[in-house]
Design a protein around this ligand. Structure first.
Ligand code: NAP
Length: 485
């Protein structure tokens, strides 16, 4: 396996503008830390508004020829990108674990997931089609075509450092859009690494530009103010998403918003209990609980709530917590001290309101930001842990007495990203699926993410879909031609 030092040495640490790696115009840098130790990994270029405008200039220059590039060739670039990501998965996974903290095996899984977006959209690039119809009155023909929306700003979060980037870059490239990518300041390295791969497999200059920055608001404002920008795709918190929607309104950008969640995990009395516990482990513990799709609250039928809670607690107790590159570790660190402070405060609030701790509820006594996997049962309906996105390995459990009550509790949130339902009753599956106010549902399984499926939410969880057939639509405009025949 490639050493940590070599991994950090290998990754580019500059801005990528118009096909060139460059320092920022202010020649400054900012630090990237390892959350397992709290220590510095390296410095990367600290881009600013001037750099962002240079990136948009590059997009504008490249947009016309890129939109005319043969779709098959755009697809081939993505296909080669996919192959190279897989080929370099040990390097990329080590880099991901170093900057974000997740256990190495989970990083490997994210590398494959991330690469699959390139493979999926390499196949979609050649399927951008239009429509032809006879006008209803018979006089004339209606022709529609779909064209790239144009220069796009792609803003990604820290929790899936590679997949959130490829989920946007893939369809943008397939559709023929140029782009400025702004990765999270906590985890910019995977985006820089995949940019190098795309450069090597022949992505033309100016199509992809990457601005790492410690001043995201000021750096992106100039782009929102510039009418050449036509699209913004954002993944991150609902709070920041709202601000950016408002910024995007200035030039009426086409927007895609993948925002926060508060996923309910429903276990009915007829569920296979062991399968539900295993599903709960995946839905809760993937990414150390730091996923928008993480099960945020467990609603369990009262007849089985005690057994489910005890089994889940036993299972989480056995999970090894530690640095993501250590052998056998299943639970890595949280991203930073703020995450630890927030987790402590949510757990204290739940305990203060009568919740019973079955396991965990402590920060680990070592460097970095480690929190024990935690199960709290009998959580009060007004506990904050049920209302806010936890983003930590904490499982609060509440019981319900009827299907209707379970649905009401599940929908009692302004968010609507995903829900998980465990039941063996087919009719109930459909009834509940139709009633839940979410964009995605995991039926008897604890994970929904799949590049071939439309990912996204309703209510405060967002607008638009990424992946699936729908994903490329976010980067295309429809043009209609009225033909007199
Ligand atoms: P965040 O604080 O909202 O940041 C997301 C991105 O926005 C980062 O690149 C950040 O840059 C940037 N940003 C923040 N403020 C900005 C501003 N005023 N102008 C321009 N850019 C700005 O979210 P996060 O903490 O990174 O990620 C966690 C959140 O993402 C959670 O709520 C999670 O549910 C959500 N998420 C949603 C999905 C989904 O598909 N629905 C997937 C993953 C995560 P800096 O790093 O410089 O702050």
């Amino acid at each position: 396996m490639i050493s940590e030092q070599d991994v950090i040495k290998q990754v580019p640490k500059k801005l990528f503008i118009d096909g060139q790696w460059t320092t920022s115009t202010s020649n400054t840098t900012f630090e990237v830390q390892d959350p397992a130790t709290g220590k510095s990994l390296c410095e990367v270029a600290d881009g600013n508004d001037q750099d962002a405008l240079l990136a948009l200039d590059a997009c504008e220059r490249a947009q016309k020829s890129w939109s005319k590039y043969p779709p098959r060739q755009r697809g081939e670039i993505l296909r080669h990108g996919y192959e190279q990501i897989i080929e370099r998965s040990d390097y990329l996974a080590t880099l991901m674990t170093l900057e974000m903290g997740k256990p190495f095996q989970e990083s490997k899984a994210e590398i494959v997931y991330a690469a699959e977006f390139f493979r999926w959209f390499s196949e979609e690039a050649v399927r951008i089609d239009g429509r032809f119809a006879v006008a209803p009155n018979g006089n004339g023909r209606l022709l529609t075509m779909r064209q790239p929306v144009g220069p796009s700003l792609l803003i990604t979060p820290w929790n899936f450092p590679l997949a959130m980037a490829t989920r946007k870059m893939g369809p943008a490239i397939a559709a023929g859009c140029t782009m400025v990518v702004k990765p999270a300041s906590l985890t910019p390295l995977c985006t820089l690494a995949v940019t190098q791969i795309l450069q090597e497999v022949g992505l033309p200059e100016g199509v992809l530009n990457v601005i790492t920055t410690s001043s995201s608001s000021k750096t992106t404002k100039v782009l929102f103010d510039d009418p050449r920008l036509r699209k913004m795709s954002f993944t991150g918190s609902t709070e920041v998403g709202r601000t950016l929607m408002s910024a995007a309104s200035k030039n009426v950008l086409k927007i895609s918003m993948e925002l926060g969640g508060n996923a309910p995990f429903l276990v009915f009395e007829d569920a296979d209990l062991d399968a539900a516990v295993e599903g709960a482990v995946i839905a809760k513990m993937r990414n150390i609980g730091q996923a928008c799709t993480a099960a945020n609250r467990f609603h369990v039928a009262s007849s089985i709530a005690k057994e489910f809670s005890e089994k889940l607690a036993q299972r989480l107790e056995t999970m090894k917590v530690g640095g993501g590159l250590e052998d056998g570790v299943e639970v890595g660190p949280l991203i930073n001290q703020d995450a630890i402070d927030k987790t402590k405060s949510l757990v204290e609030d739940a305990i203060g309101k009568g919740g019973q701790v079955l396991t965990g509820a402590k920060q680990l006594d070592r460097g970095g930001y480690f929190y024990q996997p935690t199960v709290i049962s009998n959580v009060a309906r007004d506990a904050k842990v049920l209302q806010e996105e936890i983003f930590a390995p904490v499982a609060p459990i509440v019981s319900f007495d009827s299907e209707q009550q379970a649905i009401e509790m599940a929908n009692d949130t302004p968010f609507g990203l995903v829900a998980y339902v465990f039941t063996k009753d087919l009719e109930r599956s459909f009834r509940v699926a139709e009633e839940l106010q979410v964009g995605m549902l995991g039926l008897n399984q604890g994970m929904v993410s799949n590049p071939a499926a439309p990912f996204g939410g309703v209510k405060l969880s967002g607008i638009g879909r990424e992946g699936g057939y729908e994903g490329i639509d976010e980067y295309l405009e429809t043009k209609y031609i009225a033909m007199k025949i």
